[in-house]
Design a protein around this ligand. Sequence first.
Ligand code: ADP
Ligand code: MG
Length: 223
Amino acid sequence: MLALSNVQKSYIEPGGGRLPILDIASFRVAAGEQMVLIGRSGSGKSTLLYVIAGITSADAGKIVIDGIDVGRLSEVARDRFRADKIGYVFQTFNLLPAYSALENVLLGMTFSRGRADPARAKNLLDRVGLSHRMSHKPAQLSVGEQQRVAVARALANKPKLVLADEPTANVDAGHQQQIVDVIRQTCAEEDVALVLVTHTAEVAEQFDRVDHLEEFNRAVAVT
Ligand code: ADP
Ligand code: MG
């Protein structure tokens, strides 16, 4: 489903030097597989997810998603392909404040080839336990509810891969398990692969596969 080979990423430091962040010989996730990525703060976990999602581009290396070498696509085709294949759950949710829960999920569909599908959006909100909150705007929702909307939005496009970057970092302990359960169940139901970044041991230990970024990243950032 996802295969990275010899991927490198560095940032230009404020002083002008190059700061190597990622140097990964191989990172693979199978179709429908659910895994956790851990690593200390600043080790490059978010950068790895950004490079996979195309939010930032790698300096070198090959990224294959669902059998397609994304580096061989034109920039426009690549952006569209990733929008179709990848759902992203941000730590801070990134919901649009002016729009209701239902509209936020529908907006998650408009970047894909398929047209917005209200029945699917409602079904996803129902699955995350928010059928009674579809018309609420983010400010009218609890933090846990907002993150559940973000999970529904990430799945709106029928992606093959969900990238979740510390999705429980901003929720209280009571909502933590609920959000993990919702992400895992919805991914399992639709055979979606999941890469979940967390620093919470109780979350990580629920997964069969836990990768430590430092163990396969040869670029060791000085922090
Ligand atoms: P993590 O998510 O594991 O905490 P990040 O991927 O966010 O780590 O960041 C990895 C390192 O890259 C950090 O040391 C950070 O300071 C640095 N970094 C992140 N973004 C930039 C940027 N745009 N320019 C320069 N350095 C950056
Ligand atoms: Mg991060």
